[in-house]
Design a protein around this ligand. Structure first.
Ligand SMILES: *Cc1c(COP(=O)(O)O)cnc(C)c1O
Length: 403
């Protein structure tokens, strides 16, 4: 049982946060004090199995010792040079990441939304320079129910009122098509279309998996029409879905990968646009930048984070454990469960009722997860999880539905 002192502390912290912090989130009332691997420890003295992984930023688990070591060593040397000067970590990072993605060039940034914005700038400029689109007329096709971040431009092409309302006027140049419908994509393309921006699996929309063959068809259409395919793999990438990159599930190599989240293993904000020389070559000195983008601390952390994914075979683990988890979860029968779907260790339990109360119940049972789009419980534990811990999680989910 939590002792009264810790309950007082928790109540005080929640009250102070609510008073002084903007209310742009509605967190579960668990206050994490420290964490290691798949386990998070609350100020209440309890331990919780993390099945959100900070929206897949923690694929490598909390506080991975090798990533922390890279952070500490680099922090003691030099943390920020700005891009006015060079640093010794950036060249290694961009080469390693480009090779991992089978690409030629990397543009390092910090947050996911910034990388999406950078990709938008790149494909627009490519459209003018390479495709001959008339100046300021480039169009980008996006998908309904997309989630690409929170900047004004990105919020503007969201179809979710919650993300958009009251934030206009918005950036023009985006058109929306239904996700999973290759024909609709083909019909939306005009001579001014420079790119198709998509998520291989729509995570925030509720773990929506497109029909098999969709990405391949989209790739054929895009290549035929000279439209760049820009895959936002910020959440699906780096092992989460059982492949290093989710596009690889259909053997598709897009023109642009956008990465973030697990690129740093949850230790530091690191994102990147990964593409060809032809596309990223549109940036010349002065045309784009970021004070912290590509800083030596970020690059050292990201290099360690990538090494962990490769050496601990996290993509393979995700495929194997994910298949097992899906199979086990599907044995749970309950009238509130509408569908259980997933790929790798990215699983959605869609309910007939709002998922929040189940997430609260799971928290009380020691399992942390978060509803996505009201009706879906997302299960996305760190990819380093053991089968034993995963079996424990299945047991808690079963209990949550039995109670
Ligand atoms: C999280 C996420 C983003 C935004 O990343 P931030 O680091 O929060 O800016 C963009 N696209 C997808 C698919 C994401 O999951």
């Amino acid at each position: 049982m939590p002792d009264p002192d810790s309950r007082d502390l928790a109540e005080e912290l929640i009250a102070v946060e609510d008073r002084w912090g903007a209310h742009n989130y509605r967190p579960l009332d668990v206050i994490i004090d420290h964490a290691s691997g798949v386990w998070a420890y609350g100020v209440d003295g309890r331990r919780y199995l993390d099945c959100l992984s900070a929206y897949s930023a923690l694929n490598q688990g909390h506080c991975h010792p090798r990533i922390l070591q890279a952070l500490q060593e680099q922090a003691a040397r030099v943390t920020l040079t700005s891009r006015a000067f060079r640093n010794g970590q950036l060249p290694r990072f961009v080469e390693e990441l480009a090779r991992l993605c089978g690409m030629e060039m990397v543009l390092p940034m910090n947050t996911g939304a910034e990388a999406v914005e950078s990709a938008i700038k790149a494909v627009r400029r490519w459209g003018y320079a390479r495709k001959g689109i008339p100046h300021d007329h480039a169009q980008i096709i996006v998908c309904e129910n997309n989630f690409h971040g929170r900047t004004t431009t990105i919020s503007g092409f969201s179809s979710e009122p919650l993300y958009r309302d009251g934030f206009g006027p918005f950036t023009p140049g985006f058109v929306s098509v239904p996700f999973g419908d290759a024909e609709a994509l083909a019909e939306a393309i005009t001579p001014n279309t420079c790119a198709f921006l998509f998520e291989p699996i729509q995570c925030e929309a509720g773990i929506l998996i497109p029909p098999d063959g969709y990405l391949r068809e989209a790739a054929e259409i895009c290549s035929r029409e000279r439209v760049l395919m820009a895959a936002d793999e910020i959440q699906t990438g780096l092992g989460r879905t059982g492949c290093m990159l989710a596009c690889q599930y259909e053997g598709v190599q897009p023109d642009v990968y956008i990465l973030g989240k697990a690129l740093s293993g949850g230790v530091y904000p690191v994102s990147a646009v990964v593409s060809s020389q032809e596309i990223l070559g549109v940036f010349r000195p002065g045309s784009h930048g970021s004070t912290y983008g590509g800083n030596p601390l970020a690059c050292a952390v990201a290099r360690a984070a990538l090494r962990v994914i490769e050496e601990e075979r996290l993509a393979d683990r995700s495929a194997e454990l994910g298949a097992w988890l899906l199979y086990e979860l599907r044995k749970i029968r309950h009238p509130h469960i509408k569908e259980i779907r997933g790929r790798g260790l990215l699983i959605g339990i869609e309910l007939m009722v709002p998922a929040r109360s189940y997430c609260e119940r799971l928290k009380d049972l020691g399992l942390l997860c978060k509803e996505t789009h009201d009706y879906v419980i997302r299960l996305a534990p760190p990819l380093i999880i053991s089968q034993e811990d995963l079996a424990w999680a299945v047991g808690q989910v079963r209990r949550a539905f039995e109670e």
